[in-house]
Design a protein around this ligand. Sequence first.
Ligand code: ATP
Ligand code: MG
Length: 285
Amino acid sequence: MIKLSDVSYAYPDTDHYTLTNVDLDVPQGEVVGIVGASGAGKTTLAKIISGFIPHVDGGALSGRIEVDGINLPESTLAIAVSHVGLVIQSPFNQISGAKFTVREELAFGLENQGVEREEMATRVGEVAKLLGIETLLDRSPYALSGGQQQLVAIASMIIMRTPVLVMDEPTSQLDPGGTRMVFDVMSKLRDSGITLVVFEHKVELLREHASTVHVIADHQIVASGPARKVLSDPRLEKWAIGTTRYTRAAALAEEKSLLPKSTELPVSLEDSIDVFKGFKNLKKG
Ligand SMILES: Nc1ncnc2c1ncn2[C@@H]1O[C@H](COP(=O)(O)OP(=O)(O)OP(=O)(O)O)[C@@H](O)[C@H]1O
Ligand SMILES: [Mg+2]
């Protein structure tokens, strides 16, 4: 569904590459997580996958980028946005500025597509319910808290029903409750067949919701694989992303020979329980 081959990119007026030789292959219907330290290039990659680079930011882009059968750099932004939606990092900037209420804001993209009024109202109702923002519909998009704006920004992209959705740190403004809800929404979207790419720092939640994870560091993708394997990689410390307490505790237990060296390290609490179960069986055997 998303295929990047040997992609490198430098912003305009810079003398260095922000990303080099990136390969990425995301099958249809997968939830893929991408982690990286601040400044690693997550937003840059999010913009490449959604066509904003090169169509808005310009710069020097090379390699092949195909999303939903479209060669993005050779296409236009208007075509790109009908295949892939981008929830941008700062929710405030996602708000159009053209509308007085959240209801109108959510309908804005559909209006531009010429969707019928009745269908528009149905879809606004559905997406508002999905994200628990029904009570905000008649408020001004500007009179909301950062967290509420973030939910509106996410809703305004989900409503477009693009086959691919890219989310750049979609829970940065949210409290733990809001964060969990957005991750649950991601699971529902996956069940509906959408392909999701999520740029996130929250390792434990990614473990729960993403099937595959990629790590960006040193301008490259430095690790890729199943979520548990990649997110328990001790090198995440070196890459300034960090591992969870469950990973660190198990790694220490391995070091002290309290766990067999071959243990697949846990990322979440559920993983840890699996490790304990495996250990119990081993002792019996
Ligand atoms: N428009 C621009 N022109 C030049 N350099 C830029 C531009 N935007 C970003 N950069 C640089 O590119 C690098 C990667 O930035 P990017 O925003 O992609 O990182 P990030 O991983 O999203 O960081 P964060 O976690 O802080 O959001 C940084 O060194 C940044 O300063
Ligand atoms: Mg960013």
